[in-house]
Design a protein around this ligand. Structure first.
Ligand code: FAD
Length: 388
């Protein structure tokens, strides 16, 4: 064992965005925090790299500094539905745009986000242990837990599992019971090209979806997703989106292609005794919602509040409340993925009535009440029927 501390208040397993945000928020509450991650910074990961205005606000509350020249702002979301003929010509291209009601979102390379979070965690005095996989946890009396590392044990008052989708902390603490939607396959690439839109563009194809996030003055991040493993090749999926393919013609690749498997994953419980889960370890939303990071940061704040108040069991309720809306949104988006005719009609309706799309985006971004959601949903339903 090295000379570093062998006991701490909060031990966070996993130094991705959720783990680092939890560590920063807990240290801001005056707790001693240690983070261990099996990898070393800066950690890259397949991600759409789009952050909503509220995600950015959460980063600011953590004290994370973002340099404007390192990122690319976007003003809202656009949906595009193309009807592509066999020869790949676009027969019809319907688009709808909506601005965020307040502020702008940003596209930022994942490794940069990680660097900034690491820098802030160091500034807050968090003990960071990289290349340090956690091998197990076990109870040490009623109030403490031993965390097993390859070089020995560390004793902690609380252990937080922030170890991503395949969380082992989840398994070790008996929190595995869950519901999962069908798996989806995602691939991510970056291209060196000037962003052609001020929006994050979501393209809907027959079998796949693509989304394009501007991440720099000369760079875009592209994610393609499909339920079908046969369509997992990036180039093949791109054929469903000739509008994007044309933009990328001749552009240089700016990163190694990376893949991920995703689903909407909801756990029955996210806390047991002195152990709690956060971020993707505690369940995940579909990437197409663009909500993963915002949700992880909000969970991190809640977790730090409940730990410092010594009320960890109350985290479970808060977690459930935070995840409810993004999960519903994820299910709605997946449903649209599977119903191309209704989706096409919906996009046409919203293109004719852009205020409706803007109102739905505002609700998604947390600026509308449940009553707004209901009335906009009802109006949308009515317009869909009227256009049937
Ligand atoms: C294709 C795709 C696109 C996405 N696009 C967006 C988007 O545009 N906007 C958005 O907000 N969200 C997006 N998301 C979601 C977002 O990326 C995730 O929600 C976010 O990465 C979750 O972070 P995390 O810290 O929970 O998990 P991770 O980033 O997976 O971090 C987990 C960490 O735990 C470490 N670890 C694992 N096991 C151990 C162990 N035993 N010991 C020590 N360390 C361990 C790993 O090394 C890793 O660093 C996307 C996700 C995918 C897959």
């Amino acid at each position: 064992m090295n000379s570093r501390s062998q006991s701490t208040d909060v031990f966070v397993v996993g130094g991705g965005p959720a783990g680092l945000a939890t560590a920063i928020a807990a240290s801001q509450k005056g707790l001693r925090v240690t983070v261990a991650d099996g990898a070393a910074p800066s950690i890259d990961k397949p991600c759409g790299e789009g952050m909503m205005p509220e995600t950015l606000a959460a980063l600011r509350s953590l004290g994370v500094e973002i340099e404007p020249q390192e990122v690319r702002k976007f003003r809202g979301i656009s949906f595009a539905q193309a009807f592509v003929q066999k020869d790949e010509r676009v027969q019809e291209d319907t688009r709808v745009f909506a601005d965020f009601p307040q502020g702008a979102g940003i596209g930022m390379r994942r490794h940069l986000l990680h660097e900034r979070l690491v820098a802030r965690a160091e500034e807050c005095g968090v003990e960071l242990r990289w290349n340090t996989p956690v091998m197990g946890i076990d109870a040490a009396g009623t109030h403490r837990i031993n965390v097993q590392l390859s070089l020995g044990k560390i004793s902690a008052r609380w252990v937080i599992g922030a170890d991503g989708q395949g969380s082992r902390v989840r398994r070790w603490s008996g929190l595995e019971a869950a519901r999962r939607t069908k798996l989806r396959h995602a691939r991510r690439r970056h291209y060196r090209v000037s962003p052609w839109s001020e929006y994050v563009e979501i393209y809907w194809g027959l079998h796949s979806q693509a989304y394009v996030t501007p991440v720099g003055a000369e760079e875009v991040c592209i994610v393609v997703m499909s339920e079908s493993a046969d369509r997992v090749s990036f180039d093949q999926a791109l054929c469903e989106f000739p509008q994007v393919k044309t933009r990328l013609a001749g552009a240089e690749l700016a990163s190694r292609e990376r893949g991920a498997i995703t689903s909407i994953h909801t756990l029955r419980h996210v806390q047991r005794g002195n152990v709690a889960l956060v971020g993707d370890a505690s369940g995940s939303v579909d990437p197409i919602t663009g909500e993963g990071l915002r949700l992880a940061f909000r969970q991190a704040f809640a977790l730090a509040d409940f730990i410092s108040a010594n009320e960890l069991p109350a985290y479970e309720r808060a977690h459930h409340d935070l995840a409810r809306h993004p999960i519903r949104m994820g299910h709605a988006m997946l449903w649209l993925c599977r119903h191309p005719r209704i989706r096409a009609r919906l996009i046409r309706v919203m293109a004719a009535k852009p205020d409706l799309f803007a109102a739905l985006l505002a609700t998604h971004a947390g600026h509308g009440s449940p009553a707004d959601l209901l009335s906009n949903g009802a109006l949308l339903g009515w317009r869909l029927l009227a256009n049937a």
